[in-house]
Design a protein around this ligand. Structure first.
Ligand SMILES: *Cc1c(COP(=O)(O)O)cnc(C)c1O
Length: 416
């Protein structure tokens, strides 16, 4: 008998062979700077909970209160029966934080990108997209039907050349970029992108998933970081990372948001955000405003981790016969994401497993998500110095194991 599904097991075994196979693992209990996995407690450098709010009692209480008032599900799309006053409150809070006229909340960041891009452009239009942009921007671009041209990562010459080559053949043009690149940690060159956009009559959409609640004086994100308050930028973001809930948003002019409410299919034809998620996100934005020291702490923690990591890499490079260190590289970062590039997928998996055994939870990120494998650390405002020191000690032991733990420990101690 024929089996039209037989290709699936073949495809899976190819993934296994390449060390590209993935599976879930359960975090027990609440998320925080320390989490439990398989009953073992670990320093958590793997979540996107930058402000440390996912386990915050105030967010939990807000979600419970909203559930008691409004029930569990929104029960319909926002335009039919799924809208609650709470949604408008959240949209107003986001617009206030972002300093824009209005905002619209989608049921996830992924949906926000897909719906917004396909509302803004179609087959008569042009999209220029950074090669490292998030999957949701890439898929939104291809769903829109526009001509998609990819430029090399943060390469403004390449972007300018491609604009010059293609722009005049199309009606509208949209430039797409992550604000902070989620698997690298670097920030997009927004001022230069805006400059090119003006020159070539193009719209600019930035994805603030890893920058909102992280960058900028008040945590408004990348636009604030560069000092743009009244620029006509389409500012997309998510409520699922620093804001510790679920949902995505677009903030911008009143007209833009009004247009999206009428034209973004992933907003019109999907159920509204649940009352619990809406209330938790609203509470997170309020906490960010009340406790700006969380941002300061996040920046201090990130600075500390980078510094310690760079010192560790120097120590490793000094160690004779250490083959491991040659392929190690810390990627440039201006955010709370710190990546250590390693030579291949098998190595990164092994390192991540060894780190876990030492009580440190760090994500192994592999192709096809990124071109070269890496350990990806995300720092939280609620990490203590001792948490970060535990991370560095575990990394030092894991990475230095080629040459013996003893040597490396001695070298580190003798420096201080
Ligand atoms: C996580 C992420 C998204 C998707 O957001 P969700 O709310 O998780 O769907 C979009 N863009 C970037 C850059 C992200 O990192």
């Amino acid at each position: 008998m024929s089996d039209p599904y037989r290709w699936i097991s073949k495809s899976l075994s190819t993934l296994h062979q390449a060390n590209w196979y993935r599976q879930v693992q359960a975090i027990e209990g609440k998320c925080g700077p320390v989490v439990a996995i398989d009953g073992q407690s670990m320093v958590n450098l793997a979540s996107n909970d930058y402000l440390g709010l996912a386990g915050d009692q105030r967010l939990v209480e807000a979600a419970i209160a909203a559930t008691k008032t409004y029930g569990t599900g929104a029960t319909g799309s926002r335009l039919l029966s799924g809208h609650r006053a709470l949604h408008s409150e959240l949209e107003a809070a986001i617009a206030h934080l972002k300093n824009t006229e209005d905002a619209i909340v989608f049921s996830s960041g992924y949906l926000a990108n897909i719906g917004t891009i396909s509302a803004l452009v179609n087959s008569r239009d042009l999209i220029l997209t950074d090669e490292y942009n998030h999957s949701s921007l890439k898929n939104g671009a291809s769903l829109s039907g526009a001509k998609v041209v990819t430029y090399s990562h943060c390469n403004l010459d390449d972007l300018a050349n491609k604009l010059a080559e293609h722009r005049t053949s199309y009606r509208r043009c949209l430039l797409l970029s992550d604000g902070v690149f989620g698997m690298d940690g670097d920030v997009c060159p927004l001022p230069e992108i805006l400059h090119l956009a003006e020159q070539f009559d193009a719209m600019v959409m930035i994805d603030e998933a890893h920058s909102a609640g992280v960058l900028g004086k008040t945590g408004a994100g990348c636009a604030e970081h560069f000092g743009y308050y009244h620029q006509p930028i389409v500012q997309m973001g998510t409520l699922s990372k620093a804001f510790a809930s679920l949902g995505g948003y677009v903030a911008g002019s009143r007209e833009l948001i009004d247009f999206l409410r009428n034209r973004a299919p992933s907003w019109i034809y999907t159920t509204g955000l649940s009352p619990a998620d809406t209330a938790a996100a609203l509470s997170a934005i309020a906490v960010l405003k009340q406790e700006p020291q969380r941002l300061t702490q996040l920046h201090q923690n990130t600075h500390y981790l980078k510094q310690q990591l760079d010192q560790l890499l120097l120590d490793l490079a000094d160690t004779p016969d250490n083959t491991q260190s040659q392929s190690l590289k810390r990627l440039p970062s201006d955010s709370a994401i710190v990546c250590l590039q390693v030579k291949d997928a098998a190595t990164v998996l092994r390192l991540s497993e060894q780190l876990k055994r030492q009580g440190v939870f760090i994500s192994a990120v592999r192709p096809p998500t990124v071109p070269i494998s890496r350990l990806r650390m995300s720092v939280m405002a609620t990490h203590t110095t001792s948490h970060l020191d535990q991370c560095i000690t575990a990394l030092s032991q894991t990475l230095g194991s080629d040459v013996g733990v003893q040597t490396l420990e001695f070298r580190r101690c003798s420096k201080s």
